[in-house]
Design a protein around this ligand. Structure first.
Ligand SMILES: NC(=O)c1ccc[n+]([C@@H]2O[C@H](COP(=O)([O-])OP(=O)(O)OC[C@H]3O[C@@H](n4cnc5c(N)ncnc54)[C@H](OP(=O)(O)O)[C@@H]3O)[C@@H](O)[C@H]2O)c1
Length: 322
């Protein structure tokens, strides 16, 4: 698979979001299946894997997903880039005395679960009650300690990115981005391009909407499935967004690809610093998504797709941005 740079890290052009093996999209698969799915993705050329300390069934407990990712990739650790994330609560910092101590404690627990002595990309999952400058300083010290290669922020605006960047240069920003969630195009991606920061879109297939396989009749699972409350997946919004799905299907037919692949190929063509991390708990779809890196849009195809997309009204949003 083609490679891309995010900061100093070299990764496959499409990465893999591992969250759904533990949380977010209904019943989780047996652990053995999840491990095999991750190993298959690696065999297929994926070298960029995304997890977080919080990804556990129903978000209760810590580290379920990191343990699976650690087991799956321990034998090929040198060949992959591991990204994980922490949440930090101000109360932990008061107890510990310093932001560095608190972040380091989270990191060490993640490293143990991931079976590694260095995390390649360590994100602050959300800016909480701790100042981003203090977190940036702690991340800089952890880079000096040799415990992380680089760091990132998730779901942030340019104001926060600038403040962090002034303290410790960022490797990547992980924000929501897809054909139906384009806020980052206005300021975040241009800033990242200018400062050589990678952009790692989460929910790049809009929680499955852009695959064209979700219809107004689709029933989501009741247990731990975010699609029940994602506003973009209400019946009215699925129907409203149908012209975008039709557009993707038209290009998919023309390019002998799938709608999900076209949606990923679109963002890969548009920006050189973007590395999407589609998530799936299905072995075949994981490979389908990785193969989006093989779908080459010509400049002309991209321009006409973009122009048609710009004519479509987007109904609803994923639920993280507002
Ligand atoms: N930083 C953050 O705050 C944040 C938030 C959310 C997610 N993330 C990360 O980003 C990753 C991706 O996010 P996401 O899982 O929401 O992305 P996504 O790929 O847009 O959505 C996943 C959903 O789409 C379906 N899907 C994926 N590929 C498909 C395909 N080719 N055909 C049909 N359906 C398909 C999956 O169903 P199946 O499983 O049935 O294939 C699943 O229900 C996560 O795994 C996680 O690592 C980060």
């Amino acid at each position: 698979m083609k490679a891309r740079k995010i900061g100093e890290l070299t990764v496959s052009a499409v990465g893999m979001g591992c969250m759904a093996f533990s949380h977010g999209y209904g019943q989780i698969p047996p652990e053995g299946y999840s491990i095999e799915a991750i190993q298959n993705a690696y065999q297929h050329g994926c070298t960029f894997f995304d997890t977080a300390e919080i990804y556990s069934p129903n978000l209760s407990g810590t580290g379920h997903n990191e343990r699976i990712v650690g087991k799956a990739l321990r034998d090929v650790r040198q060949g992959v880039v591991l990204a994980t994330k922490l949440f930090l609560d101000r109360s932990e910092v008061r107890k510990d005395g310093s932001v560095y101590d608190a972040v380091r404690r989270h990191l060490e627990a993640s490293m143990e679960r991931l079976q590694t002595d260095i995390v390649d990309l360590y994100y602050l999952h959300r800016t909480g009650g701790v100042s981003v400058e203090e977190v940036a300083e702690a991340m800089g010290l952890l880079i000096e300690d040799g415990l992380i290669h680089g760091w990132g922020l998730s779901q942030v605006d340019v104001g926060v990115i600038e403040r962090a960047q002034r303290v410790t240069p960022l490797t990547a920003i992980q924000n929501i981005y897809s054909m139906v969630e384009r806020d980052v195009e206005k300021a975040v991606i241009p800033y990242c391009l200018e400062h050589e920061i990678g952009v790692v879109p989460f929910s790049p297939i809009a929680s499955g909407l852009l695959s064209g396989k979700i219809t107004t009749e689709t029933k989501f699972e009741r247990n731990d499935d975010v699609r029940n409350w994602v506003p973009q997946l209400s019946k009215a919004n699925i129907a409203g967004n149908q012209p975008i799905i039709d557009l993707l299907k038209q290009y998919a037919e023309k390019k002998q690809a799938t709608p999900a692949q076209i949606s990923l190929a679109w963002m890969l063509h548009k920006y050189p610093n973007v590395v999407p991390i589609p998530g799936s708990k299905n072995k075949e779809r994981i490979i389908e998504n990785l193969n989006a890196s093989l779908v080459e849009l010509t400049d002309e195809e991209f321009r006409s797709l973009e122009a048609a997309l710009n004519q479509c009204k987007v109904y609803g949003h994923r639920g993280f941005t507002r």
